[in-house]
Design a protein around this ligand. Structure first.
Ligand code: MN
Ligand code: MN
Length: 465
């Protein structure tokens, strides 16, 4: 009997696909060291523009140069393509363009955007009206300290960069919720309606310019903006001011195993993509692409749906004398294999019901491998080809990278999309993968340090494999 059991155990070991914690599979010191760099990036890159600046600076320090200054492109060249301070593509030119490896990630994250005429006065307060960006649970963004980051173009066309609320010496901003004592009617509402979009109003001041004057508090705020930053109310019309959580990345848990930070979806993967791309060594041509506007459906001229990728590839082919330049750039995309690196939902033990246990991942279990995205009948999915998934799996297995197949929730419970489908329709093979998060799209998201580490290893193995 006991022999039989051990036979079954042996067979199980051989045939089944286990899901387990991967903390034992990594050098603890390496994991924690990478987490320090990760937190530094997350602290400096609170908006898509700040992430762009970080990536461009880092790449230029590593010798990446604009293609326009080059006569021709040859093996070993490091090239940077920049678009409107929000989108960037890095290329390390290899032997040829026959087998190109690419990673994709997005630089934007959910937040509260100030409206174009945001300021108004009510009950001796000056407030700023917002329109939220991306899919948020609105109630999470009230009574949470916010910083204002962004860019204002004044009437002369000068650009002003704003960043206020991060330093402990600086003030923060806040959306005030209703006190429980008077929240009786509010508390009867459905959670999704408890805080409405038009109620996400940020407090910005309380001192009147002069007693008895009309809108005196707002006037005082306008005076401050003029004196401190040099712009006027109408200048806010040509501005992108983003209210983002005024919290710094912190270690989470007694064991410091996790990171709590804002914007890990998806700047966490921008970090992993950048670092693994720079660190990888191969004869292949490799690319790391960073996009804006994923959270609102990848629309517009800084998103993956823009023609910026085509234009970059076209220049690359032309200057390298690749004859396919004359056929158009699409045959280039046929030679591209890509990882779309984005977050997955880790199972929250308090709400496990929303997941299919078999096709889900816990924090600490490594890389979430997402063959298909979409929702309700795989609608709007990128569904990677089995052949390609098999190829990537083989690369990961050879490097002993822990991964697990993941689907975003139970069938018909929800779902979501990534940038993958927009590359795949250009002819490339692309699959989604990344580390899991708890509290996705909240002001303070949770990741596990070991998953970030394994995802870096996975991405590096992909570039080199
Ligand atoms: Mn994402
Ligand atoms: Mn997202």
């Amino acid at each position: 009997m006991s022999d039989e059991k051990s036979k079954a155990e042996k067979l199980r070991e051989e045939l089944s696909f286990k899901k387990e914690s991967t903390w034992e599979q990594a050098d603890r010191e390496d994991v924690f060291e990478m987490a320090e760099d990760y937190k530094e990036f997350m602290e400096k890159a609170k908006t898509e523009r700040e992430a762009y600046n970080y990536i461009v600076n880092r790449a230029e320090k590593e010798g990446f140069r604009d293609i326009d200054g080059k006569e021709e492109v040859e093996e070993g060249d490091k090239i940077i393509f920049k678009n409107r301070n929000k989108q960037v593509v890095l290329v390390k030119v290899g032997e040829d363009f026959e087998d190109v490896r690419m990673t994709l990630s997005h630089l934007d994250a959910p937040r509260l955007d100030l409206k174009q005429k945001p300021l108004y006065e009510g009950n001796d307060l000056c407030l700023a009206d917002t329109h939220y960006y991306g899919g948020i649970k609105k109630y999470q963004w009230t009574n949470f300290p916010l910083a204002i980051h962004g860019t204002v173009i004044d009437k002369e066309g000068n650009k002003h960069t704003i960043n206020i609320g991060e330093d402990k010496e600086e003030p923060v901003f806040l959306v005030p919720d209703l006190l429980p004592h008077l929240g009786k009617d509010q508390l009867k509402k459905e959670l999704k309606d408890a805080i409405e979009g038009e109620e996400l109003n940020i407090i910005t001041g309380n001192i009147p310019f002069e007693k008895g004057e009309e809108e005196a508090v707002k006037l005082k705020v306008l005076q401050h903006l003029k004196n401190e930053y040099g712009f006027e109310e109408e200048d806010l019309m040509s501005a992108e001011l983003e209210a983002v959580p005024a919290v710094e990345p912190r270690d989470l848990g007694f064991d410091r195993s996790m990171v709590a930070a804002y914007g890990q979806d998806d700047r966490g993967h921008s970090f992993v993509s950048l670092e693994s791309f720079l660190d990888s060594e191969t004869n292949k041509t490799t690319m790391a692409c960073f996009f804006d506007k994923e959270e609102i459906g990848s629309e517009g001229n800084t998103s993956i749906q823009s023609t910026f990728l085509e234009k970059s590839v076209s220049k690359l082919l032309e200057k390298s004398g690749d004859e396919r330049y004359h056929e158009g750039v699409y045959s280039f995309f046929d030679s591209v294999e890509a990882l779309s690196m984005d977050v997955s939902a880790a199972v929250n033990p308090t709400y496990k019901d929303v997941h299919d246990e078999k096709n889900s991942i816990n924090l600490g279990q490594g890389v979430a491998f997402v063959k298909f995205t979409g929702s309700g009948g795989k609608y709007r999915a990128n569904d990677a080809n089995a052949e390609f998934v098999g190829k990537i799996r083989k690369i990961f297995n050879e490097e002993e990278i822990p991964f697990h197949p993941v689907e975003l929730g139970k069938v018909d419970k929800g779902g979501g999309g990534t940038v993958a489908k927009f590359l795949s329709r250009r002819g490339s093979d692309v699959v989604d993968m990344g580390f899991p998060l708890l509290s996705m799209h909240s002001p303070y998201e949770i990741s596990s340090k070991v998953d970030i580490f394994h995802t870096f290893r996975a991405s590096k193995a992909f570039y080199e494999g």
